[in-house]
Design a protein around this ligand. Structure first.
Ligand SMILES: *Cc1c(COP(=O)(O)O)cnc(C)c1O
Length: 388
Protein backbone atom coordinates (compact mmCIF):
# COMPACT_ATOMS: atom_id res chain seq x y z
CA UNK A 1 0.00 0.00 0.00
CA UNK A 2 1.32 3.45 -0.78
CA UNK A 3 0.71 5.48 2.35
CA UNK A 4 0.75 9.27 2.50
CA UNK A 5 4.20 10.85 2.67
CA UNK A 6 3.41 12.42 6.06
CA UNK A 7 3.32 8.98 7.65
CA UNK A 8 6.94 8.39 6.71
CA UNK A 9 7.97 11.59 8.47
CA UNK A 10 6.72 10.64 11.91
CA UNK A 11 8.28 8.26 14.40
CA UNK A 12 6.08 5.89 16.41
CA UNK A 13 6.00 6.67 20.15
CA UNK A 14 8.97 4.93 21.83
CA UNK A 15 7.49 5.45 25.31
CA UNK A 16 4.36 3.56 24.35
CA UNK A 17 6.49 0.78 22.77
CA UNK A 18 8.66 0.25 25.87
CA UNK A 19 5.68 0.42 28.23
CA UNK A 20 3.96 -2.18 26.05
CA UNK A 21 7.02 -4.47 26.18
CA UNK A 22 7.22 -4.17 29.97
CA UNK A 23 3.49 -4.89 30.24
CA UNK A 24 3.83 -7.95 27.98
CA UNK A 25 6.70 -9.27 30.14
CA UNK A 26 4.55 -8.75 33.25
CA UNK A 27 1.76 -10.62 31.48
CA UNK A 28 4.12 -13.61 31.09
CA UNK A 29 4.59 -13.63 34.84
CA UNK A 30 7.99 -11.89 34.79
CA UNK A 31 8.63 -9.65 37.81
CA UNK A 32 9.20 -6.30 36.06
CA UNK A 33 9.91 -3.03 37.88
CA UNK A 34 8.45 -0.47 35.53
CA UNK A 35 9.49 3.17 35.59
CA UNK A 36 8.21 3.76 32.11
CA UNK A 37 4.67 4.97 32.78
CA UNK A 38 3.79 8.52 31.80
CA UNK A 39 0.70 8.50 34.01
CA UNK A 40 -0.18 8.68 37.71
CA UNK A 41 -0.65 5.22 39.24
CA UNK A 42 -3.63 6.32 41.36
CA UNK A 43 -7.23 5.55 40.52
CA UNK A 44 -9.40 8.51 39.48
CA UNK A 45 -10.90 10.05 42.66
CA UNK A 46 -14.32 8.58 43.54
CA UNK A 47 -16.24 11.85 43.48
CA UNK A 48 -15.17 12.39 39.85
CA UNK A 49 -16.21 8.86 38.86
CA UNK A 50 -19.53 9.34 40.66
CA UNK A 51 -20.27 12.51 38.67
CA UNK A 52 -19.66 10.70 35.37
CA UNK A 53 -21.84 7.76 36.46
CA UNK A 54 -24.63 10.14 37.40
CA UNK A 55 -24.33 11.89 34.03
CA UNK A 56 -24.65 8.51 32.30
CA UNK A 57 -27.77 7.70 34.32
CA UNK A 58 -29.22 11.10 33.50
CA UNK A 59 -28.88 10.40 29.80
CA UNK A 60 -25.89 12.62 29.03
CA UNK A 61 -25.10 10.20 26.23
CA UNK A 62 -25.77 12.28 23.11
CA UNK A 63 -23.80 14.56 20.84
CA UNK A 64 -22.90 17.86 22.42
CA UNK A 65 -21.32 21.06 21.07
CA UNK A 66 -17.97 20.36 19.34
CA UNK A 67 -16.26 22.90 21.61
CA UNK A 68 -17.43 21.12 24.76
CA UNK A 69 -20.23 21.32 27.35
CA UNK A 70 -20.81 25.03 28.11
CA UNK A 71 -20.63 24.42 31.86
CA UNK A 72 -17.24 22.76 31.53
CA UNK A 73 -15.88 25.56 29.35
CA UNK A 74 -17.12 28.05 31.93
CA UNK A 75 -15.48 26.07 34.77
CA UNK A 76 -12.19 25.95 32.83
CA UNK A 77 -12.28 29.70 32.11
CA UNK A 78 -12.93 30.30 35.81
CA UNK A 79 -10.02 28.03 36.77
CA UNK A 80 -7.68 29.87 34.41
CA UNK A 81 -8.74 33.22 35.84
CA UNK A 82 -8.43 32.23 39.49
CA UNK A 83 -5.52 29.71 39.43
CA UNK A 84 -3.43 31.25 36.67
CA UNK A 85 -4.40 34.95 36.45
CA UNK A 86 -5.35 34.54 32.79
CA UNK A 87 -8.40 36.58 31.80
CA UNK A 88 -10.19 34.07 29.59
CA UNK A 89 -13.93 33.84 28.97
CA UNK A 90 -15.92 30.79 27.88
CA UNK A 91 -15.45 31.61 24.19
CA UNK A 92 -11.65 31.38 24.63
CA UNK A 93 -11.86 27.69 25.59
CA UNK A 94 -12.22 24.46 23.60
CA UNK A 95 -12.51 21.06 25.28
CA UNK A 96 -10.41 18.43 23.48
CA UNK A 97 -9.64 14.72 23.64
CA UNK A 98 -6.73 15.22 26.03
CA UNK A 99 -3.90 17.69 26.17
CA UNK A 100 -2.28 15.85 23.29
CA UNK A 101 -5.26 16.54 21.08
CA UNK A 102 -5.40 20.20 22.10
CA UNK A 103 -1.80 20.62 20.94
CA UNK A 104 -2.50 18.73 17.73
CA UNK A 105 -5.53 20.92 16.97
CA UNK A 106 -3.39 23.97 17.59
CA UNK A 107 -0.68 22.84 15.15
CA UNK A 108 -3.25 22.07 12.47
CA UNK A 109 -4.98 25.42 12.98
CA UNK A 110 -1.80 27.52 13.13
CA UNK A 111 0.90 26.09 10.88
CA UNK A 112 1.53 26.44 7.17
CA UNK A 113 4.32 24.63 5.30
CA UNK A 114 7.60 26.43 6.05
CA UNK A 115 6.47 27.69 9.46
CA UNK A 116 9.06 26.98 12.14
CA UNK A 117 8.26 25.85 15.66
CA UNK A 118 10.92 26.21 18.37
CA UNK A 119 11.10 23.22 20.67
CA UNK A 120 13.63 23.10 23.52
CA UNK A 121 15.20 19.65 23.95
CA UNK A 122 14.78 17.46 25.95
CA UNK A 123 11.17 17.67 24.79
CA UNK A 124 7.96 15.70 25.16
CA UNK A 125 8.30 13.30 22.29
CA UNK A 126 5.02 14.16 20.58
CA UNK A 127 5.85 17.84 19.96
CA UNK A 128 8.10 17.46 16.89
CA UNK A 129 5.90 14.74 15.43
CA UNK A 130 2.74 16.85 15.73
CA UNK A 131 4.49 19.80 14.12
CA UNK A 132 5.53 17.58 11.20
CA UNK A 133 2.05 16.05 10.86
CA UNK A 134 0.67 19.58 10.55
CA UNK A 135 3.22 20.43 7.85
CA UNK A 136 5.44 22.68 9.99
CA UNK A 137 9.18 22.47 10.65
CA UNK A 138 10.42 21.63 14.17
CA UNK A 139 13.47 23.67 15.22
CA UNK A 140 15.13 21.90 18.12
CA UNK A 141 17.18 23.94 20.62
CA UNK A 142 19.39 21.74 22.80
CA UNK A 143 19.74 22.39 26.51
CA UNK A 144 21.73 20.46 29.11
CA UNK A 145 22.20 19.92 32.84
CA UNK A 146 24.17 23.17 33.20
CA UNK A 147 20.94 25.20 32.78
CA UNK A 148 18.84 22.45 34.38
CA UNK A 149 17.62 21.55 30.89
CA UNK A 150 15.90 24.93 30.47
CA UNK A 151 16.13 27.13 27.41
CA UNK A 152 17.69 30.54 28.12
CA UNK A 153 16.27 33.79 26.69
CA UNK A 154 19.50 34.12 24.65
CA UNK A 155 19.01 30.68 23.13
CA UNK A 156 15.38 31.44 22.30
CA UNK A 157 16.29 34.77 20.69
CA UNK A 158 19.04 33.14 18.63
CA UNK A 159 16.67 30.46 17.31
CA UNK A 160 14.03 32.91 16.05
CA UNK A 161 13.93 33.53 12.29
CA UNK A 162 11.37 35.32 10.08
CA UNK A 163 9.73 31.87 9.65
CA UNK A 164 9.23 31.28 13.38
CA UNK A 165 5.54 30.98 14.20
CA UNK A 166 5.46 29.26 17.58
CA UNK A 167 7.54 28.43 20.64
CA UNK A 168 6.57 25.42 22.78
CA UNK A 169 7.12 25.87 26.51
CA UNK A 170 6.52 22.99 28.93
CA UNK A 171 6.89 23.68 32.64
CA UNK A 172 6.96 21.56 34.76
CA UNK A 173 8.67 19.50 32.09
CA UNK A 174 8.24 15.99 30.84
CA UNK A 175 10.88 14.40 30.67
CA UNK A 176 13.13 16.45 32.99
CA UNK A 177 10.79 17.49 35.82
CA UNK A 178 12.32 20.97 35.73
CA UNK A 179 10.21 24.04 36.55
CA UNK A 180 10.98 27.49 35.14
CA UNK A 181 11.13 30.11 37.89
CA UNK A 182 8.88 33.19 37.58
CA UNK A 183 11.99 35.24 36.68
CA UNK A 184 12.89 32.81 33.91
CA UNK A 185 9.33 32.89 32.58
CA UNK A 186 9.38 36.70 32.58
CA UNK A 187 12.62 36.75 30.62
CA UNK A 188 11.24 34.32 28.01
CA UNK A 189 8.03 36.36 27.79
CA UNK A 190 10.07 39.44 26.87
CA UNK A 191 11.63 37.61 23.94
CA UNK A 192 8.24 36.34 22.78
CA UNK A 193 6.71 39.83 22.93
CA UNK A 194 9.72 41.47 21.23
CA UNK A 195 9.70 39.06 18.34
CA UNK A 196 5.94 38.78 17.90
CA UNK A 197 5.84 34.98 17.82
CA UNK A 198 3.22 32.77 19.50
CA UNK A 199 3.96 30.71 22.57
CA UNK A 200 2.02 27.63 23.59
CA UNK A 201 2.39 26.82 27.25
CA UNK A 202 1.81 23.15 28.03
CA UNK A 203 0.81 23.31 31.69
CA UNK A 204 -0.36 19.74 32.21
CA UNK A 205 1.94 19.25 35.27
CA UNK A 206 1.26 22.66 36.89
CA UNK A 207 -0.19 21.08 40.05
CA UNK A 208 2.70 18.68 40.64
CA UNK A 209 5.36 20.89 42.29
CA UNK A 210 7.84 20.32 45.15
CA UNK A 211 9.97 22.21 47.67
CA UNK A 212 8.09 25.48 47.26
CA UNK A 213 8.48 25.70 43.47
CA UNK A 214 5.82 27.94 41.91
CA UNK A 215 4.16 27.82 38.54
CA UNK A 216 3.80 31.08 36.63
CA UNK A 217 1.89 30.92 33.39
CA UNK A 218 3.74 32.92 30.71
CA UNK A 219 0.44 34.55 29.73
CA UNK A 220 0.17 36.08 33.20
CA UNK A 221 3.41 38.06 32.85
CA UNK A 222 1.88 41.07 31.05
CA UNK A 223 -1.04 41.99 28.77
CA UNK A 224 1.42 41.87 25.83
CA UNK A 225 2.55 38.35 26.77
CA UNK A 226 -1.10 37.32 27.28
CA UNK A 227 -1.95 38.38 23.73
CA UNK A 228 0.81 36.05 22.33
CA UNK A 229 -0.04 33.08 24.60
CA UNK A 230 -1.98 29.89 24.02
CA UNK A 231 -2.56 27.50 26.95
CA UNK A 232 -2.76 23.73 26.68
CA UNK A 233 -3.81 21.78 29.74
CA UNK A 234 -5.97 18.86 30.79
CA UNK A 235 -7.21 16.58 33.54
CA UNK A 236 -4.93 13.58 32.97
CA UNK A 237 -2.11 14.31 35.37
CA UNK A 238 -3.60 16.47 38.15
CA UNK A 239 -6.69 14.28 38.61
CA UNK A 240 -5.30 10.95 37.43
CA UNK A 241 -7.73 10.86 34.48
CA UNK A 242 -5.43 9.77 31.65
CA UNK A 243 -7.92 7.35 30.10
CA UNK A 244 -10.81 9.81 30.17
CA UNK A 245 -9.26 11.82 27.36
CA UNK A 246 -10.16 15.35 28.37
CA UNK A 247 -7.96 18.37 27.84
CA UNK A 248 -8.40 21.93 26.68
CA UNK A 249 -6.88 24.72 24.69
CA UNK A 250 -7.28 28.38 25.68
CA UNK A 251 -6.43 31.28 23.42
CA UNK A 252 -7.73 34.03 21.14
CA UNK A 253 -11.31 33.49 19.91
CA UNK A 254 -10.13 33.32 16.28
CA UNK A 255 -7.92 30.34 17.09
CA UNK A 256 -10.55 28.60 19.23
CA UNK A 257 -13.16 28.94 16.44
CA UNK A 258 -10.68 27.47 13.96
CA UNK A 259 -10.06 24.53 16.30
CA UNK A 260 -13.80 24.14 16.73
CA UNK A 261 -14.22 23.84 12.95
CA UNK A 262 -11.40 21.28 12.75
CA UNK A 263 -12.83 19.33 15.66
CA UNK A 264 -16.32 19.56 14.17
CA UNK A 265 -15.07 17.63 11.14
CA UNK A 266 -12.76 15.22 12.91
CA UNK A 267 -13.68 14.14 16.43
CA UNK A 268 -16.78 16.23 17.29
CA UNK A 269 -17.31 16.63 21.02
CA UNK A 270 -15.34 14.84 23.73
CA UNK A 271 -17.33 11.97 25.32
CA UNK A 272 -20.30 13.78 26.87
CA UNK A 273 -20.58 12.00 30.24
CA UNK A 274 -16.79 12.10 30.71
CA UNK A 275 -17.02 15.90 30.55
CA UNK A 276 -19.31 15.80 33.61
CA UNK A 277 -16.51 14.05 35.50
CA UNK A 278 -14.23 16.91 34.49
CA UNK A 279 -16.76 19.48 35.71
CA UNK A 280 -16.80 17.72 39.10
CA UNK A 281 -13.00 17.62 39.11
CA UNK A 282 -12.82 21.40 38.83
CA UNK A 283 -15.85 22.36 40.91
CA UNK A 284 -15.31 20.02 43.88
CA UNK A 285 -12.75 20.08 46.70
CA UNK A 286 -9.14 19.81 45.51
CA UNK A 287 -7.79 17.58 48.34
CA UNK A 288 -7.29 14.67 45.94
CA UNK A 289 -4.76 16.70 43.94
CA UNK A 290 -2.76 17.50 47.06
CA UNK A 291 -2.90 13.90 48.35
CA UNK A 292 -1.40 12.60 45.12
CA UNK A 293 1.21 15.34 45.10
CA UNK A 294 2.30 14.39 48.60
CA UNK A 295 2.65 10.75 47.63
CA UNK A 296 4.78 11.78 44.63
CA UNK A 297 6.88 14.02 46.90
CA UNK A 298 7.82 11.08 49.17
CA UNK A 299 8.75 8.89 46.23
CA UNK A 300 10.76 11.69 44.71
CA UNK A 301 13.04 11.83 47.76
CA UNK A 302 13.63 8.07 47.68
CA UNK A 303 14.23 8.07 43.93
CA UNK A 304 16.55 11.05 43.94
CA UNK A 305 18.68 9.82 46.84
CA UNK A 306 18.74 6.26 45.51
CA UNK A 307 19.72 7.27 41.97
CA UNK A 308 22.47 9.64 43.03
CA UNK A 309 23.90 7.03 45.43
CA UNK A 310 24.72 4.84 42.43
CA UNK A 311 28.25 5.43 41.16
CA UNK A 312 28.37 6.27 37.48
CA UNK A 313 24.95 7.86 37.04
CA UNK A 314 23.50 11.11 38.35
CA UNK A 315 20.59 13.49 37.96
CA UNK A 316 19.55 17.05 38.71
CA UNK A 317 16.83 17.26 41.38
CA UNK A 318 13.53 17.94 39.63
CA UNK A 319 11.03 20.32 41.21
CA UNK A 320 7.93 19.19 39.35
CA UNK A 321 6.10 16.38 37.50
CA UNK A 322 7.02 12.76 38.37
CA UNK A 323 10.15 12.06 36.35
CA UNK A 324 13.88 11.83 36.99
CA UNK A 325 16.07 12.49 33.97
CA UNK A 326 19.19 10.51 34.74
CA UNK A 327 22.54 11.19 33.09
CA UNK A 328 24.06 7.84 32.07
CA UNK A 329 26.74 9.24 29.74
CA UNK A 330 29.57 8.01 31.99
CA UNK A 331 28.57 4.41 31.28
CA UNK A 332 29.45 4.90 27.61
CA UNK A 333 26.18 3.28 26.53
CA UNK A 334 23.61 4.88 24.26
CA UNK A 335 20.30 5.50 26.01
CA UNK A 336 18.59 2.80 23.95
CA UNK A 337 21.30 0.18 24.63
CA UNK A 338 21.20 1.06 28.36
CA UNK A 339 17.42 0.65 28.54
CA UNK A 340 17.34 -2.55 26.49
CA UNK A 341 20.07 -4.21 28.61
CA UNK A 342 18.47 -2.98 31.83
CA UNK A 343 15.13 -4.49 30.85
CA UNK A 344 16.64 -7.78 29.65
CA UNK A 345 19.07 -8.41 32.49
CA UNK A 346 17.32 -6.82 35.47
CA UNK A 347 13.70 -6.51 34.30
CA UNK A 348 13.69 -2.78 34.97
CA UNK A 349 11.86 -0.61 32.42
CA UNK A 350 12.85 3.01 31.77
CA UNK A 351 12.61 5.23 28.69
CA UNK A 352 15.69 6.03 26.57
CA UNK A 353 16.38 9.76 26.44
CA UNK A 354 16.85 9.61 22.68
CA UNK A 355 13.04 9.55 22.47
CA UNK A 356 13.14 13.05 23.99
CA UNK A 357 16.08 14.26 21.93
CA UNK A 358 18.82 13.56 24.52
CA UNK A 359 20.90 10.39 24.19
CA UNK A 360 22.95 10.99 27.35
CA UNK A 361 19.97 10.44 29.66
CA UNK A 362 17.18 8.05 30.46
CA UNK A 363 13.82 8.85 32.01
CA UNK A 364 12.51 7.20 35.16
CA UNK A 365 8.89 7.82 36.09
CA UNK A 366 8.23 7.49 39.81
CA UNK A 367 4.48 7.27 39.34
CA UNK A 368 4.66 3.82 40.87
CA UNK A 369 4.51 2.30 44.36
CA UNK A 370 7.33 2.59 46.89
CA UNK A 371 8.07 -1.17 46.90
CA UNK A 372 8.72 -1.09 43.14
CA UNK A 373 10.89 1.98 43.56
CA UNK A 374 13.05 0.34 46.23
CA UNK A 375 13.39 -2.96 44.37
CA UNK A 376 14.03 -1.18 41.09
CA UNK A 377 16.79 0.98 42.57
CA UNK A 378 18.58 -2.13 43.92
CA UNK A 379 18.38 -3.78 40.52
CA UNK A 380 19.59 -0.66 38.79
CA UNK A 381 22.59 -0.50 41.09
CA UNK A 382 23.41 -4.14 40.35
CA UNK A 383 23.13 -3.37 36.64
CA UNK A 384 25.37 -0.28 36.68
CA UNK A 385 27.98 -2.13 38.79
CA UNK A 386 28.02 -4.97 36.27
CA UNK A 387 28.98 -2.61 33.45
CA UNK A 388 32.64 -2.73 32.38
C1 LIG B 1 0.67 13.66 29.53
C2 LIG B 1 1.09 14.88 28.79
C3 LIG B 1 0.20 15.64 28.02
C4 LIG B 1 -1.26 15.37 27.78
O1 LIG B 1 -1.73 14.14 27.95
P1 LIG B 1 -3.26 13.81 27.64
O2 LIG B 1 -3.41 12.45 28.22
O3 LIG B 1 -3.42 13.85 26.16
O4 LIG B 1 -4.10 14.85 28.32
C5 LIG B 1 0.66 16.80 27.42
N1 LIG B 1 1.93 17.19 27.55
C6 LIG B 1 2.81 16.49 28.27
C7 LIG B 1 4.19 17.00 28.38
C8 LIG B 1 2.44 15.30 28.91
O5 LIG B 1 3.34 14.60 29.59
Amino acid sequence: MKLAARVGQVTPSLTLAISAKAKAMKGQGIDVCSFSAGEPDFDTPDRIKAAAKQALDEGKTKYGPATGEPRLREAIAHKLRTDNQLSYQTENIIVTNGGKHSLYNLMVALLDPGDEVIIPAPYWLSYPEMVKLAGGTPVIVNTDGSTHYKITPQQLRAAITPQTKLFILNSPSNPTGMVYTPQEIQALAEVVVDSNIWVVSDEIYEKILYDGATHLSIGAVSPEAFSRTIISNGFAKAYSMTGWRIGYLAGPVELISACSTIQGHSTSNVCTFAQYGAIAALEGPQDCVEEMRQAFAKRREVMFNGLNAIDGIHCVKPDGAFYMFVDISQTGLSSLAFCEKLLETQQVAAIPGIAFGEDRNIRFSYATDMATIEKGLERLETFVRSLP
